[in-house]
Design a binder for this molecule. Structure first.
Ligand SMILES: Cc1cc2nc3c(=O)[nH]c(=O)nc-3n(C[C@H](O)[C@H](O)[C@H](O)COP(=O)(O)O)c2cc1C
Length: 344
């Protein structure tokens, strides 16, 4: 099954991005779906059992189609570079009175999650940090799942096309959270609109644009470049349905930090977040070592969050973060829809 003419299964071309690590909840996915958008559940960092529970929770709240998002496995990192970084951040661990985590490699239960996606009758499976092999794509297609792959360059889009993906999630540099890059692991600095133009000209696959979109007017610019939809993460972070922690919400809404930065300090993979103290202090020295650094810093981030301290945890946010509001997910979707497709 190849769906070159894929249409989004939702009434509106508005997609709620999967947001692993807390913000994604079944309530958010279901609320976006009920408002006419398309919602993703994030499978990242969850155990297989938690993922099964969350899929069931969305189903209990809504009949609408939804998707799940899976992290593709990365290559194990050089333990010495991880060890050096561990020494560097040890003072933070001493200060918080929490031991650093064990910086191990794992594949985030990739195979189990694929099987859950296949048997869970989800409408779409999106991937980030890689492109699944074509056998995996075929296997999921045989269960009627559409396949979306996050891409940050023309070359990655080509790889996704060769694997028979149905949809490209084109992620510009403006995006909050991890960059999905998998061929060139340097920071993605390509703005969304030019990336869409470049990919549209060379790779013929339906595209969804993502990164920094907060308003319908911004979304309309993305659709004008040929995208069939827009995917937004940051816009939903402070919705009551999101699982975003209290210090994270406060930092966004009170504008505690003046800007965002792209940093590997928290996880060993480039991601855009608010420029808090940890990002600024360690951004320059963190090696490319995902998920090892993610596991190493996790207890610090958890303890600081627990203590209401926003200076240590990752506060992922896209470049449009100043426009975040605490409205309901339905209100966010509806507001964006008003300006997205001007009636002609
Ligand atoms: C808090 C947060 C968590 C994210 N987690 C994921 C994830 O688990 N999987 C994924 O594919 N993308 C993830 N992203 C990236 C989004 O898919 C998307 O590219 C991004 O949110 C778009 O930019 P925006 O935040 O400016 O709307 C995350 C983004 C944020 C803000």
């Amino acid at each position: 099954m190849h769906m070159a003419d894929l249409e989004l299964p939702s009434e509106l071309p508005i997609i709620q991005a999967p947001m692993a690590g807390g913000p994604s909840t079944p309530q958010l996915t279901a609320a976006v779906a009920s408002a006419g958008g398309f919602g993703f559940l994030a499978a990242g960092y969850l155990s297989p059992a938690q993922l099964i529970e969350r899929i069931a929770a969305v189903r209990a709240l809504s009949d609408a189609p939804f998707g799940i998002n899976i992290f593709c496995p990365s290559t194990p990192a050089d333990p010495e570079s991880v060890g050096r970084f561990a020494q560097l951040i040890q003072p933070e661990s001493d200060r918080l009175g929490v031991a650093l985590g064990e910086p191990h490699w794992d594949n985030d239960a990739f195979d189990d999650k694929l099987e859950i996606a296949r048997s869970g009758h989800v409408n779409m499976v999106s991937f980030t940090f890689g492109c699944p092999a074509s056998e995996i794509v075929d296997h999921l297609h045989s269960a009627d799942c559409h396949i979306a792959v996050t891409v940050t360059s023309r070359q990655e889009a080509q790889v996704a096309k060769e694997a028979a993906a149905d949809l490209l999630l084109v992620q510009g540099t403006e995006a909050g959270g991890h960059q999905g890059s998998f061929l060139d692991l340097a920071p993605n600095v390509s703005p969304l609109l030019s990336l869409l133009e470049e990919i549209r000209e060379s790779v013929r696959l339906p595209m969804v644009g993502s990164g920094g979109i907060m308003t319908g007017a911004e979304g309309a610019e993305v659709l004008k470049k040929g995208a069939i939809g827009i995917q937004l993460g940051t816009a939903f972070l402070c919705c009551p349905e999101a699982g975003t922690s209290a210090p994270y919400r406060r930092a966004l809404l009170r504008k505690t930090y003046p800007d965002t930065v792209i940093t590997r300090a928290f996880s060993g993979r480039y991601a855009r977040g608010l420029a808090n103290q940890f990002a600024l202090k360690y951004g320059g020295s963190a090696p490319g070592a995902y998920p090892e650094i993610h596991h190493l810093t996790r207890p610090l981030r958890a303890a600081a969050t627990e203590a209401g301290d926003a200076s240590i945890p990752n506060l992922w946010a896209g470049q449009g973060w100043r426009g975040v509001t605490s409205q309901s997910a339905r209100a966010v979707v509806r507001q964006i829809a008003i300006d997205l497709r001007p009636t002609s």
